[in-house]
Every structure is written in C-alpha cells, then in structure tokens.
Design a protein around this ligand. Structure first.
Ligand SMILES: Cc1cc2nc3c(=O)[nH]c(=O)nc-3n(C[C@H](O)[C@H](O)[C@H](O)COP(=O)(O)O)c2cc1C
Length: 330
C-alpha cells in the first residue's frame, strides 16, 4: 500500500501504469449496477481502507476498487500484530478491526474524480453500541453516498464484536432500509460471511430480493480453520481473526452457487474468497458471479497479479465467446 501511495504522488504515473497494465481487452467488459466495468476483477475491501490509492490500483488492472471498511468515527483498530501470513496455505489471518480515518475523510479523498469505479464499504464504529448500529451506518452512508459508485453494508467482518449478529434478517432488514433511504439511487449491496448456515444464506437472499437490493458480496473471511496445511502451532500463534485465501475457496463458491440458484437473475453477485488464478475467477463467473474480487491473491501475487488474471480470463473468454462456459452446467 505504501508503494501504491508513492506511485500516486508521481505525476502521470497512474496514466503510464494504466497504459501498461490496465484491463483493455473489450472481451472483459461487464455492464452491471448501471456502470461499465472495464473488467470483472475488483480489489476487495480492506486493502485501500482510506481511499488513498484508488487511481493506481485501478491502473494496475483492477476494474473496480472497493474502499473501506470505513466507519462513521475514525478509529485505530486492534493492537498489533493483527495480520499474519500462513505461507504454506497462501492464506492470511487478520484481526485488523476496521482501522480507518472515518467515512468523512474517505469521502473527501474520493471527491476528486478518478477514472476507476469505486465502491465504498461501510461498517459499525467499535465504540458504538450494537443497539445504535443503524444510526452509525446511516451516518457513514450519508457521508459517502455522493462519491460512491456503489455502497456495501458490511455485516460480516469477524473483528468487531457483535457485528455479524446484524446478519439476522430481523436486524438486517431495518438496517438496509435505513441506509437505502439516505443514499438515493446509489446501488446498495450487502456483504456476508461464509460461516452462515445455508438456511441463513437463503434468508438473506430472500430479504435482498424483497428489499430490491442491488446485490450481495459473497464472502468475507471465515472464523473457521479447517483444511489448513500450516502447522497447528503456527495457526494457534496467529490467534483469532478472519482467515482468507485458498482455504476459503470451496465455501465461498458454495455460498455463491446457493445465492445464484435462490435469486435467479434478480441480483448482482460479487464473488470473493480464495480467488488466486484465472481459473478461479472463471469458475466464479461460470457459477453465476457478475463480478469477482480478491485481496489475498493480490498480496501473494504482487503488483502484476491483476494483469495476469485479466490476461488469463480474456483468453478463456475468447475460447468460449458466448459465455457458455464448460463449467456452467456443473
Ligand atoms: C488484511 C485484510 C483486511 C480486510 N479488511 C476488510 C474490511 O475492512 N472490510 C471487508 O468487508 N472485508 C475485509 N477483508 C475481507 C476481504 O475483502 C475479502 O472478502 C476476503 O479476504 C476474501 O477474499 P480473499 O480470499 O481474496 O482475500 C479483509 C481481508 C484481509 C486479508
């Protein structure tokens, strides 16, 4: 992120990077949420928490950048260390805890027009009681609505106590309704956890359709630790937090499939969780994702990773021009 910020300060750098690395192949274009995405691969929330690098991140190949999670009040997040790499699994455990400068600061940074699609992901301020969550989300939504191409209500991060309780539909419905009221026509999505039971995934899908939400992002990190090859001691030493990367792939894909079969074509579905190769991205699109996002794959893959994914995806799409993918029947 430091390199991204530094590059952004060099005049003309974003333009030069975009010419070299940006998604250009027309086969990658996606029309969704009333927007024209240059490619389906986006950067998932949590990397550019404070909207400090959107232009450069767009230039190196991300078709869209989701900033945040931002909260209504600035907050420091959890004590360090709070991020651990499980190298053998190419995974990450994090308990960042929404460290961010606040929704208003992000909005001020985004007020200069950039040439990348920017979603803003909002969460609850830690110091605010669960009972006052709606007002807190609404304050964030108000602050960023004017600068967001789409808005995401994050109720799925494991590192803010009580946050995921807001996924219960009795609480989620009023929250989403209140946010929608203050953001006008800005597309609204909700981001869910992979740890939900299948019937809870279905209930959120039904709620999203009933409320005429624009979409769902599936998924956030998991609190599970299954299927790791890293040693038990290393995993225990990392401690609590959300696990991301390949160990999340199967469950995220299953949640996506469930959402698509439940909602038909009524929602935009953005797939995240364990995408690290062009085939992974392709598999999600074949399973019904409108767009895909990644975080951990980028961390391990480095600055040319988005370009590699775009190139591989474009090749697959050209092999299957009508999007009749070999995986779509599986
Ligand atoms: C260090 C780190 C910080 C994250 N912060 C956020 C966040 O602030 N808000 C959010 O919605 N998701 C956050 N995420 C979750 C990612 O956006 C993504 O949903 C998840 O990591 C699964 O994708 P991946 O396997 O490609 O990393 C974070 C992930 C990581 C690794």
């Amino acid at each position: 992120m430091r390199a991204v910020i530094a590059a952004g300060r060099v005049p003309g750098a974003a333009r030069a990077l975009r010419a070299a690395l940006g998604p250009r192949d027309p086969v990658l274009r996606v029309r969704a949420l009333g927007l024209d995405f240059p490619g389906p691969l986006g950067l998932a929330a949590g990397f550019d928490k404070d909207a400090r690098g959107t232009a450069v991140l767009g230039a190196i190949g991300f078709g869209f950048v989701e900033v945040g999670t931002v909260t209504a009040q600035a907050q420091p997040g959890n004590p360090k260390p709070r991020l651990f790499r499980l190298m053998a699994d190419r995974a990450i455990v994090n308990r960042m805890g929404f460290n961010n400068h606040g929704a208003a600061a992000a909005a001020a940074r985004l007020s200069r027009p950039g040439d990348v699609i920017v979603g803003v992901n909002i969460g609850k301020t830690k110091a605010v009681a669960e009972a006052d969550a709606i007002a807190d989300y609404v304050a964030s939504a108000r602050a960023v609505a004017g600068v967001a191409d789409y808005l995401v209500v994050n109720v799925s991060s494991p590192n803010t106590p009580g946050l995921r309780n807001l996924q219960e539909t009795d609480r989620l419905g009023p929250l989403l309704t209140a946010v929608r009221e203050v953001i006008g026509a800005v597309p609204l999505l909700v981001k869910i956890a992979p740890d939900l039971a299948d019937e809870d995934v279905d209930a959120i899908a039904d709620l999203a359709v009933a409320l005429r939400l624009d979409g769902i992002i599936a998924t956030n990190t998991t609190i599970g630790r299954e299927g790791l090859v890293s040693g038990a001691e290393e995993v225990a030493a990392a401690g609590p937090g959300g696990l991301s990367g390949p160990p999340l792939r199967e469950r995220s894909l299953a949640v996506l499939r469930r959402l698509r079969s439940r909602t038909g074509d009524q929602l935009v579905l953005i797939a995240a969780g364990g995408i690290e190769t062009p085939d992974d991205a392709w598999e999600r699109l074949a399973a019904g994702a409108t767009l895909v996002q990644a975080y951990t794959g980028f961390v391990y893959g480095g600055p040319f990773w988005p370009r590699r994914i775009n190139a591989g995806l474009a090749r697959r799409m050209r092999d299957c021009p009508d999007n009749e993918t070999p995986l779509s029947d599986s």
